[in-house]
Design a protein around this ligand. Structure first.
Ligand SMILES: *Cc1c(COP(=O)(O)O)cnc(C)c1O
Length: 356
């Protein structure tokens, strides 16, 4: 359903825009927010009409349940502008479905599609000047839901706020990324909330990631919680390994986030006759492949960076470097996927979504 649903969204425009004070050439990811935000409240058992208002602080009671029990979920998506000033999103219905999947795991009421999509599209249209043309420029969109009922009893909130905020982004070089395979800490367990974009999953990673940073690694590759023998995913990215000419990535389960980029990359690889295996990836197998020279690449996939190549990794106190390839799957697939996102290539799978 496009935005022809019967939802008139109330818009209160910001009196002035701060866009002229923004240095779009030197954006650091996720620090600057646009002029407006979307707010939709859940009260008395129903979602109220979405509203777009000037971006700014919100007031909550100190007893709001989000502060005490972390009942909160989020999404991450992007909008792009092509050379004709058309605005596109990439598979936004996947994000819509996923925020509701995350919500139901966190006992948060699901958002109706006829609220989510028009609210999102109206906000993106209103902020269209913040989306700069050019390959790599985008508007990062952050929908989220928080529990707002005041009360410290450990039970689901009766009230919620669903909001959307936007931040201009550009593709920038983050430097070489080296990762550490986790031997002790875990991000998710069977039966847990790893497959939900639940706020607490991320807060829990900061401490172990800080320890890895101190040893010279930018990120951790999480292993399965029970044996630490299988590689599952990165902090906010799914992870792929290339052994010889085969790409391998772990199957999704309740410990792994079902990434939109992950499943798009699997499709694009298959479309380009790259062999993809979706199966468990043993640490042992990767170490052996690194030692015998058949491990060619490791890369992460996610909305923010699309594909993030990994330069090396650490495991059991040893450091391993990956070869520098001129024909990497990471750069080929990143370019191919971005061309679809920016309306520069044919969209065989109908992934692009025109915002109009
Ligand atoms: C959001 C996220 C991803 C990537 O998902 P995309 O839909 O590709 O952006 C991967 N892993 C985790 C843990 C995430 O939170």
């Amino acid at each position: 359903m496009k935005n022809d649903a019967n939802v008139a969204i109330e818009i209160v425009k910001a009196p002035t825009s701060k866009i002229d004070s923004v240095d779009f050439e030197n954006l650091s990811f996720g620090h600057i927010f646009t002029d407006h935000m979307m707010v939709c409240d859940y009260e008395n058992g129903a979602w109220k009409r979405p509203k777009i208002v000037p971006y700014g602080p919100i007031t909550l009671e100190p007893a709001a349940k989000v502060f005490h029990y972390g009942q909160a979920v989020f999404e991450g998506m992007k909008a792009y502008k092509d050379k004709d000033d058309k605005i596109w999103m990439f598979r936004p219905l996947e994000n819509f479905k996923r925020i509701n999947k995350s919500s139901s795991r966190m006992a948060i009421p699901e958002i109706p599609e006829e609220y989510f999509m028009p609210a999102l599209e109206e906000l993106v249209k209103l902020e269209k000047d913040w989306i700069k043309k050019g390959f790599g420029n985008s508007l990062y969109i952050r929908p989220f839901v928080i529990a707002t009922e005041a009360g410290v009893s450990a039970s689901p909130s009766k009230n919620y706020k669903f909001m959307i905020i936007c931040s201009p982004a550009k593709s920038y070089y983050t430097g070489e990324v080296r990762v550490q395979f986790s031997e002790r800490f875990s991000r998710a367990a069977d039966g847990g909330v790893g497959s939900a974009k639940a706020a607490g999953n991320y807060g829990a990673q900061f401490y172990p990631t800080g320890l890895a940073n101190a040893e010279g690694f930018q990120q951790i590759i999480w292993t399965d919680a029970s044996t630490h023998e299988f590689l599952e995913e990165a902090g906010t990215m799914n992870i792929f390994f290339r052994i010889n000419d085969t790409l391998i990535t772990a199957p999704t389960n309740d410990r792994i986030l079902d990434g939109v980029t992950r499943k798009s990359i699997i499709k694009m690889a298959e479309e380009n006759n790259i062999n993809v295996e979706v199966r468990k990836v043993a640490v042992k197998e990767i170490i052996e492949a690194a030692n015998n020279g058949t491990l060619k690449e490791i890369f992460g996939t996610g909305t923010a960076a699309v594909i993030n190549p990994i330069a090396g990794f650490g495991y059991q106190g040893k450091k391993y470097e990956l070869p520098k390839l001129t024909d990497s799957y990471a750069s080929f697939l990143k370019d191919a996927l971005m061309k679809i996102q920016y309306n520069l290539a044919e969209d065989k799978f109908d992934w692009r979504y025109l915002v109009e």
